[in-house]
Design a protein around this ligand. Structure first.
Ligand SMILES: Cc1ncc(COP(=O)(O)O)c(C=O)c1O
Length: 302
């Protein structure tokens, strides 16, 4: 249960992604399924779903046992915490997204975090063609060697300027998200039959990307009708995510995955509705979203 980008990054380096189902309590990687996995494992990629960190203690234990690296997908988890550590500092590296709908934006692009200085150095070089010397490191202007294969993944100055300006607002954005999450959650928890993921779970504290309201598994409430009811009340919504990645055509055709193999992720893909809690909402707006959802839900249940 993730954006397809997580799996595509594996495909793009010529490796094979192996998918496991998610935990119905959180929507995060199911640690029991990870522990039960057999065979070699090079990298584990936990996705902190909607900003709630995965069970990193169990994931790191499997990684140690198997000799695997952990790369955290923190696209929705800026400022989320596991115990006293931030998401993106627990594995070998963490990747963050600064796409416009995220906690902060640089228009496009993102960030990699790591505590490994050698990896940081290599990433900086691969970001810019594999130059052995960055601009500031050259003894003579314009002179460099190239000793590894690199890409052009540089962030432009304009994007960086937007990102730095956004960073000065991040604490306020996060406080607004937390306030809106609490206001919306207070209304949604009163709705019978609706599943909500917690914003804290064990050592995990969410970064409140959005709230997923998950409709009953038996299909008794039509998602299309709820979304139509929200639209009629001028409330926007989304779906995170519209399919388990292995059941997207590219992956199911290539690897032969079939419907029924990922029951929890399939339930979420079919029955979840994402509701906004971002800083563009006031507390009153968040309550309006909750009340509209409650009305739309009750109309769709009839
Ligand atoms: C979990 C997850 N990983 C990765 C991405 C991709 O991020 P970007 O658009 O910055 O490449 C997204 C985008 O929404 C995401 O939700």
């Amino acid at each position: 249960m993730t954006h397809v980008a997580t799996a595509h990054s594996v495909e793009l380096v010529g490796a094979e992604p192996v998918f496991i189902d998610v935990d119905p309590a959180t929507g995060n990687m199911d640690p029991a399924a990870l522990e039960a996995g057999e065979g070699p494992l090079a990298v584990i990629m936990p996705v902190h779903y909607l900003g709630l960190p995965c069970d990193m203690d169990r994931i790191l234990a499997v990684a140690q046992k198997k000799g695997a690296f952990v790369l955290e997908d923190c696209a929705l988890a800026v400022d989320a915490t596991w115990g006293d550590q931030k998401a993106g500092t627990l594995g070998l590296a963490g990747s963050f997204s600064f796409y416009p709908v995220k906690h902060m934006t640089s228009i496009e692009g993102g960030m990699v975090t790591t505590n490994d200085p050698a990896l940081a150095h290599e990433l900086r070089r691969r970001r810019a063609f594999g130059y052995n010397r960055a601009l500031g490191e050259r003894t003579r202007p314009g002179l460099y060697d190239v000793d590894i294969l690199g890409m052009n993944y540089r962030m432009s100055e304009v994007e960086a300027a937007v990102g730095l300006a956004q960073l000065t607002h991040l604490d306020d954005f996060m406080a607004d998200r937390s306030r809106n999450d609490a206001a919306l959650r207070a209304i949604l928890t009163r709705i019978d039959g609706l599943t909500l993921f917690p914003d804290t779970h064990g050592k995990a504290t969410s970064s409140h990307y959005c709230i997923n309201a998950v409709l009953p598994r038996d299909g008794s409430v039509s998602r299309d009708r709820v979304v139509d009811g929200l639209n009629a009340r001028k409330i926007g919504s989304s779906v995170h995510y519209p399919g388990p990645v292995p059941l997207f055509t590219y992956y199911s055709q290539k690897y032969g995955y079939k419907a029924g193999q990922f029951p929890v992720a399939e339930w979420l893909a079919d029955q979840t509705i994402s509701l906004p809690v971002g800083p563009h909402l006031t507390r009153g707006d968040a309550e309006r979203v909750g009340n509209a959802f409650q009305e739309a839900y009750s109309e769709a249940s009839r």
